[in-house]
Design a binder for this molecule. Structure first.
Ligand SMILES: [Zn+2]
Length: 112
C-alpha cells in the first residue's frame, strides 16, 4: 500500500492523493481508475452537500407544518432527521394512494 499523487480531477490545479493497495504493477492501473480530488475541492463539495441538506431539512419542516403535523421535541439534529423521515414517509403514502387510485381507474376503463 502506498500514497500516489496527481493533479486534482476537479480543479486540475492542486495536488491530490490516494492510498492505493496491491502490487506495484496493479497500483498504477487502480490509481488511474480512481476519482481523486484535492483538499480544497473536498471542502467545497462538503460545504455544498451540507447546504443542500440544510435546505432539504427546512423544506421538510415547512411541508410537515403545512400538513398539520405536531412539533417535534429533541436536539436540533434529531428534529431535522425526524422531520425529513416523516416528510418522506408522507410523500410515499400520498404517492401510493395516487397510484392505487390510478390502478382502480384503469380497471374500470378495462371492464367497459
Ligand atoms: Zn481540486
Amino acid at each position: 500500500m502506498s500514497w500516489m499523487y496527481r493533479k486534482c480531477d476537479l480543479c486540475g490545479k492542486n495536488e491530490a492523493r490516494a492510498q492505493v493497495q496491491g502490487k506495484a504493477s496493479t497500483r498504477e492501473y487502480r490509481f488511474a481508475q480512481m476519482h481523486v480530488i484535492c483538499k480544497e475541492c473536498e471542502e467545497k463539495a462538503r460545504e455544498k452537500m451540507l447546504e443542500h441538506r440544510r435546505k432539504e431539512n427546512i423544506q421538510a419542516k415547512q411541508e410537515n407544518e403545512k400538513n398539520g403535523l405536531p412539533e417535534l421535541i429533541g436536539s436540533a439534529k434529531q428534529i431535522a432527521w425526524a422531520e425529513k423521515i416523516r416528510n418522506i414517509k408522507i410523500k410515499n403514502n400520498i404517492d401510493t394512494e395516487f397510484f392505487s387510485s390510478c390502478e382502480k381507474s384503469w380497471e374500470i376503463i378495462d371492464r367497459r
